[in-house]
Design a protein around this ligand. Structure first.
Ligand SMILES: Cc1cc2nc3c(=O)[nH]c(=O)nc-3n(C[C@H](O)[C@H](O)[C@H](O)COP(=O)(O)O)c2cc1C
Length: 330
């Protein structure tokens, strides 16, 4: 079965990519991902704060940031665990580039249009094939409004586009007033793809100690539904590629994401829980199912359940929301 796909202009043999995580944090792990048949790998992120910390020597800044925003601390602790500063990150990318042939995608994580964006150029020099920009941000004051935050995001994207010609994917949260409009702006500003969606690592409250408890739960398949809705809404409207991240664990999850419109499928929790062998397992199972259903290729299935092609696109709309609520019987 032909599972080929194109993502960010990269021709991939199948859509299963290792998503940004510790799975790319050592050369051995990256080699293991390639040996396990990954179509590509996204590295863990280099954070704006790490770069600024490095450049200003203000160690306290990173610590204050991680302390104040519990949702960041999951990311920060993993960043700290990787023991990478910006220079080590670049060195790691360059070493991995020499060690494997599969496409490699670096990840920058930042939201303010500062000097850190010039690292994109140094990242490009390591020989990676593409760059993922994670716009992970939560407003904290009542002075920040949607248009301002989006304008900042667009400026960051613009600065990175100025710095490099590498294909750029933007990893988004689902929290936009109009996601279709924002994706259009990204496309106009030269993004080659979007990645749907960031997960927010929400802290819990410990009632005994009255402390916030940062927690990192791996995903399960229930998180896929939010992605399916937006994949289905966005597919076919843009030239840019769309990757799905969040909640892909089984053959059916993968097939649904492709049918909703995903060009590439990023796996993290599934691989952390069950091992890299899942890549081959999912690839085989998806191929087998498509053959059984007499599809000619994965491309033939792509987007078949999107808003443009679904037999029942109303299921994505407001009228259906009303109908579903009214259908409840005690
Ligand atoms: C331990 C861990 C570390 C992660 N580190 C990063 C990171 O550095 N940058 C990033 O953009 N996403 C990071 N993520 C998010 C994943 O790339 C992915 O988007 C998310 O886990 C949802 O996919 P999943 O359901 O397959 O886990 C991390 C996730 C986990 C579990």
């Amino acid at each position: 079965m032909n599972l080929q796909t194109s993502y960010l202009g990269l021709d991939l043999p199948h859509p299963f990519i290792v998503g940004a995580s510790p799975l790319g944090s050592t050369v051995d792990r990256v080699r293991a991902a390639e040996d396990a048949g990954a179509a590509a790998l996204v590295f863990h992120s280099l954070f704006e704060e790490q770069i600024e910390h490095h450049e200003s020597g203000l160690h306290a800044h990173v610590e204050a940031y991680a302390e104040s925003f519990a949702e960041a601390s999951g990311y920060f602790s993993s960043a700290v665990d990787y023991h990478y500063g910006p220079e080590e990150y670049l060195e790691h990318l360059a070493q991995c580039r020499k060690a494997v042939d599969m496409p490699l995608i670096a990840s920058l994580n930042g939201t303010t249009p500062g000097g850190w964006t010039h690292y994109a150029r140094q990242i490009a020099e390591t020989g990676v094939d593409a760059l993922e920009l994670n716009l992970y941000y939560q407003p904290r004051t009542d002075e920040e409004y949607g248009a301002l935050i989006e304008a900042n995001f667009i400026e960051v994207v613009g600065k990175i586009r100025e710095a490099v010609s590498l294909p750029l994917a933007v990893k988004l949260s689902p929290f936009f007033t109009s996601l279709p409009h924002f994706v259009r702006r990204l496309e106009l500003d030269g993004a080659a793809g979007v990645v749907l969606f960031n997960r927010f690592y929400q802290p819990d409250i410990d009632l005994e100690s009255l402390q916030l408890k940062p927690s990192l739960h791996l995903s399960d398949s229930s998180e896929l539904l939010l992605r399916l809705r937006w994949l289905a809404m966005l597919h076919g409207r843009y030239e840019l590629s769309i990757a799905c991240t969040g909640g892909i664990h089984t053959r059916d999850d993968a097939l649904k994401a492709v049918m909703a419109g995903a060009d590439a499928l990023q796996l993290v929790s599934c691989l952390l829980q069950k091992g890299l062998g899942q890549i081959e397992e999912l690839r085989r199972e998806v191929a087998f199912w498509l053959e059984e259903q007499e599809y000619e290729s994965l491309s033939q299935a792509r987007g078949s359940m999107s808003y443009l092609h679904a037999p029942n696109p109303e299921a994505l709309e407001r009228a259906n929301y009303l109908r579903i609520l009214q259908s409840w019987e005690a």
